[in-house]
Design a protein around this ligand. Structure first.
Ligand code: PLP
Length: 388
């Protein structure tokens, strides 16, 4: 059978993730120090795990409301109001999803008609463009640059807007650059969204992981923005809960209703044990989250200092747990650098090109890795660079 002819064209058009090839290679090797995977090295705090265990113990093993447990949605609404300074009505404006991943997918599917354009900033998280294509939309990638510390400039967004633009999709702090957007840039983007009557999707998954005492500001909290913003957030990063697969979307009721229709027929609901654990995370998890954040902060400072000493130019990112050093001086492409480093020194970091063409010339290093491993990895990177 010609299977290729059987696969939907928009799915066939999606390229394999550049990260996947790389990690297949990493998995085949022993003793690799990985700065590759974007996942906390902490186990989920015990009291949160315990809440999941109690949920099972009490026999809470059923479906929940499609929207998610009302008690969880109330906790989310309270947390979001406190942290993001935007208030959402728990019964109608909050949807609990299977990770931010699902929230991204169903938000795009709920809003896009074939050919509608979505502006994203690049380099960006690997799922954005494929999710847009799977929703029959068109990705319009706006490059961000090292010179602008990888923020998204309103002028660049303005130049990318066409009559087909429906959504501006942002992610600050950003995976893979760790960039945060200055308030001025957020205000400029908000102004454009209002002027052109666009929806803004904001992936806030790293928003608790801000350093240097900086407070996070979400575009959803700017004047006139709540009514046109879908705020996506979850538990994977700040609460070290990747395996729980839990996230949420907050948005005006008609948008949540449209997303809910897709969620109801595809996912039905998020797992109840994870939902119970998430309530515990929101109600009592902040001290543990702050401890993890302090630890990431120290590791970021060490890693940035060492990379600059080694001669790989690296700005100090304001958030998330990634640094994005410039490797162009070495004369290698990001793939050559990453594969060479793995081959010769058994250190894994992701080639910047995996995050879109504008990531070429850079390397993504995740510092949610044990301090000693980061220290050893930087010594090995130094040896690798000195040999070039
Ligand atoms: N958004 C960004 C920017 C990410 O980096 C990730 C995971 O790496 C996700 C979403 C996926 O999050 P979740 O585990 O909640 O599906």
């Amino acid at each position: 059978m010609d299977y290729q002819a059987k696969i939907a064209q928009n799915v066939a058009a999606i390229p394999r993730s550049g990260i996947r090839d790389f990690f297949e290679l990493v998995q085949g090797r022993e003793g690799v120090i990985s700065l590759g995977v974007g996942e906390p090295d902490f186990v989920t705090p015990w009291h949160i795990r315990e809440a999941a265990i109690y949920s099972l113990e009490k026999g809470q093993t059923t479906y929940t409301s499609n929207l998610g447990l009302l008690s969880l949605r109330k906790s989310i609404s309270k947390y979001v109001e406190n942290f993001f300074k935007v208030s959402y009505d728990a019964p109608t404006e909050v949807l609990v999803t299977v990770g931010v991943s699902e929230a991204i997918d169903i938000a795009l599917r709920a809003l896009l008609n074939p050919g509608d354009e979505v502006i994203i900033h690049e380099p960006c998280y690997v799922s954005y463009s494929p999710s847009i294509v799977m929703a029959h939309g068109k990705t319009v990638a706006v490059q961000t640059t090292k010179e602008d510390e990888f923020s998204l400039k309103p002028e660049a967004v303005a130049a990318a807007i066409t009559p087909k633009t429906r959504i501006i999709f942002i992610n600050f702090p950003c995976n893979p650059t760790g960039a945060v957007a200055p308030l001025e840039d957020l205000k400029g983007i908000a102004k454009l969204a209002i002027e052109h009557d666009l929806i803004v999707m904001t992936d806030e998954i790293y928003s608790e992981l801000r350093y240097d005492g900086e407070e996070h500001v979400s575009i959803a909290s700017l004047p006139g923005m709540k009514e046109r913003t879908i705020l996506l957030h979850g538990f994977s990063k700040a609460f070290a809960m990747t395996g729980f697969r839990l996230g949420y979307a907050c948005a005006p009721q008609p948008i949540i209703e449209a997303m809910m229709k897709i969620h109801q027929y595809s996912m039905l609901c998020a797992p109840i044990m994870s939902q119970n654990a998430a309530i515990e995370a929101l109600e009592n998890g902040t001290p543990a989250m702050i401890e993890m954040r302090n630890s990431y902060h120290q590791r970021r400072d060490f890693l940035v200092r060492r990379l600059n000493e080694i001669g790989l130019d690296c700005h100090t990112p304001g958030g998330a747990f990634y640094v994005f050093p410039d490797i162009r001086k070495t004369g290698l492409s990001s793939k050559e650098f990453a594969f060479g480093l793995l081959e010769q020194e058994n250190v894994a970091a992701v080639p910047g090109g995996a995050f879109g063409p504008s990531g070429e010339g850079f390397l993504r290093c995740c510092y949610a890795t044990a301090f000693d491993d980061i220290r050893t990895a930087t010594d090995k990177i130094e040896r690798f660079v000195n040999r070039l």
